[in-house]
Design a protein around this ligand. Structure first.
Ligand SMILES: [Zn+2]
Length: 275
């Protein structure tokens, strides 16, 4: 078990699944530059190792889960998730989760909110959990054009069935005494990072503000999934530089090995030092 302590807060990364990303699909606008500069990061098929990590956070007497992965269902281009197994290995079950905090409502961040019940209908996986998300994110994805049709099946399967459990918050609001929403828009309109502060120590669970460490050198390399690529690039650069300036622990769930470490400046470049 790899527990990271931030003052009195404990963070445990729980890997839902590993995946291999194709830079040509993942960031098509920058794929050529990527392949030219980072061939050593690609396997023999030209694919890039990535992770879908959820973070278990024990704070102020409660057990939170930040994001719930791709989930148990087979989705196009994703292996099915194994968060249930990761929880068991941590000695926990779904009833131990007091609350779920969503950085945003994409398919790979809400997957375990529900599981198919005996009749196939989605039922809540975390029986006691309240869910927290940003109001702007909720309002964006609950528009009819997103709810209708086949493009966003996870909204009907993993979000709508637990809609009455969501508590919506605005901007930089506190979640508890140590956890706070940090607005990080661009990837989606209401995308947030989760700030942790306790006993003078700080950390940031960055959500999808960054998908890969190559963005340390190229914060403008926004993936195809960023709703507003220019805003996402500005947000990304700001979060990198904030982390480099105060030494807060960086936790990036899609980076290889869950991206837990510090961002430092070496000869003017941003460099990641894993913990
Ligand atoms: Zn994601």
């Amino acid at each position: 078990m790899r527990v990271v302590r931030i003052g009195s807060v404990e963070v445990l990364p729980l890997v839902d699944t590993y995946l291999l990303g194709d830079p040509r699909i993942f960031m098509p606008k920058h794929a050529e530059a990527f392949l030219g500069e980072y061939p050593h990061l690609l396997d023999e098929r030209g694919l890039l190792r990535m992770t879908i990590t959820c973070f278990l956070v024990r704070s102020a007497g409660k057990t939170w889960l930040v994001d719930t992965g791709i989930g148990p269902r087979r989705r196009p281009n994703f292996p099915a998730g194994k968060l249930d197994q990761a929880l068991r290995e941590a000695g926990l079950g779904p009833a131990d989760i007091d609350g779920v905090i969503h950085t945003h409502l994409h398919i790979d961040h809400v997957g375990w909110n529900t599981v198919p019940g005996p009749d196939g209908a989605p039922q809540p996986y975390f029986p006691r959990a309240e869910h927290r998300a940003q109001r702007a994110e909720w309002q964006f994805w609950m528009r009819p054009e997103h709810l209708e049709g086949d493009a966003q099946p996870h909204l009907a399967e993993c979000v709508a069935p637990v809609a009455d459990r969501f508590r919506l918050q605005d901007g930089e609001e506190a979640i508890d005494d140590h956890l706070v929403f940090v607005p990080a828009p661009g990837h989606t309109p209401g995308h947030v990072a989760i700030g942790i502060a306790s006993q003078g120590e700080r950390a940031l669970i960055v959500g999808d503000a960054s998908h890969h460490p190559v963005q340390l050198d190229h914060p403008d390399w926004s993936p195809a999934f960023d709703v507003d690529p220019d805003l996402a690039a500005r947000t990304r650069a700001r979060l990198f530089d904030d982390a480099a300036s105060d030494g807060r622990v960086w936790m990036a769930g899609h980076w290889p090995d869950s991206g837990i470490g510090r961002i430092v400046r070496v000869d003017g470049r941003r460099v990641f030092r894993a913990l």
